[in-house]
Design a protein around this ligand. Structure first.
Ligand SMILES: [Zn+2]
Length: 380
């Protein structure tokens, strides 16, 4: 849009992404085709559930292709201890390629351990629940799952391989969480455009036109296909809508956030993790609630907030504190969330409105009041 163009042309710009992105049903059986060009000694970091279900089916074709394969079970959290453990194992194995197979935390641990060893990076998401696979950003948590920091790695994955048939058979809650994470992409890009913030590709450089176009496309695909994809995925069915949403959650959202920046939807997500009640929820579920808070914080028209909340409801994403098991949360609890959302360096600071703990706290409380009222109206 024309209003974005002025500052784009006045500054430089930077674009980054994975070397290759491959998405097709059954692609996990063709992994050797994608990994052999990267190196012959592979270190596979695999989610426990995936390892138990299809570990041999992954390993067999790789070894048949003459590749040396070390397999390790992911410990479950992308924390300092696990990153150091995996980095040491990659070194001991002498692996030139680290392959992260599983969810977002597996991907982030694999990326970080690969970079520590100068190894190539391949990511094979088995669920479409976050935009972690394509990016050079890794999110580190404490052992207990409390957000610690976002690490900017020097390289993106060399290749991302997505087996859409596998993802369509995963529990639908993962796909829905990914929709929540992808929902933040355009709204947070808009925050960064308005606050003239830089992206995550190179220090000092903002979003390129390509990044903004991708963030917009991400939003359009969600609005068009999210509900149809959710309905199909509930039956394990792979349809064009499911393929489109897998791409939106994984590629469009990944490129969109990295090239445009995140803002308060992720900042408030990070803040929510200080409340233990939220630990059972997925990243994307909390981010979806954070999107609604972001819109309230930015003073968007209630019609936009209502439409976004109704979209969230239609696919089963949380829109109220009660949906996040926070019905009993006090204003003081929400103030702790706001404090954590405003830590130095938090993405919340990328929002182009005045910010304070009280302002963020009240945006969350006001959003909850609004969406809770929508619930009552819907039931009446
Ligand atoms: Zn995210």
């Amino acid at each position: 849009m024309s209003e974005d163009r002025g500052w784009h042309s006045a500054t430089g710009r930077a674009f980054g992404g994975p070397g290759k992105y491959i998405q097709r049903a059954g692609e996990i059986a063709r992994l050797a085709d994608h990994l052999a060009p990267l190196g012959s000694r592979l270190f596979l970091l695999v989610d426990g559930f995936v390892l138990d279900a299809i570990g041999p089916a992954i390993r067999g074709p790789l070894e048949a292709a003459g590749l040396a394969v070390t397999v390790e079970r992911f410990g479950g959290e992308c924390c300092t201890e696990e990153i150091e453990r995996i980095a040491a194992l990659v070194k001991a194995a002498g692996a030139g390629v680290v392959v992260g197979i599983g969810g977002g935390k597996t991907a982030d641990t694999a990326k970080t351990a690969a970079v520590a060893n100068g190894a190539r990076i391949a990511i094979v998401p088995t669920i479409a629940s976050t935009d972690a696979p394509c990016s050079a950003v890794a999110v580190r948590y404490s052992r207990e799952g409390v957000y610690q920091e976002s690490i900017s790695l020097p390289r993106n994955p060399d290749v991302v391989v997505v087996d859409s048939a596998l993802i369509a058979k995963a529990p639908v809650r993962f796909l829905v969480a990914g929709i929540g994470d992808a929902l933040s992409t355009w709204f947070e890009a808009r925050s960064n455009l308005e606050s003239r913030s830089n992206n995550y590709i190179r220090p000092g450089l903002p979003a390129p036109e390509a990044g903004v176009a991708i963030a917009r496309a991400c939003h359009e695909v969600l609005m068009r296909d999210a509900l149809a994809a959710k309905i199909a995925c509930e039956r394990g069915a792979l349809t064009p809508a499911v393929e489109a949403i897998i791409e939106a959650n994984t590629l469009l959202s990944g490129l969109g956030f990295e090239n445009c920046g995140v803002s308060a939807a992720h900042g408030i997500h990070d803040g929510l993790t200080v409340l233990d009640e939220t630990h059972g929820f997925f990243h994307g579920e909390k981010v979806a609630f954070g999107v609604l808070c972001l819109l309230m914080l930015e003073g968007r028209p209630l019609a936009e907030i209502e439409a976004t909340a109704r979209f969230c409801r239609s696919v089963g994403l949380p829109t109220t504190l009660a949906d996040l098991k926070l019905a009993q949360a006090t204003p003081a609890d929400i103030e702790r969330v706001a404090e954590a959302a405003l830590r130095p360096g938090s993405a919340t600071w990328r929002v182009a409105v005045p910010l304070s703990v009280a302002i963020v706290r009240d945006a969350i409380l006001a959003l909850d009041a609004f969406t809770s009222g929508l619930d009552r109206a819907a039931k009446a």
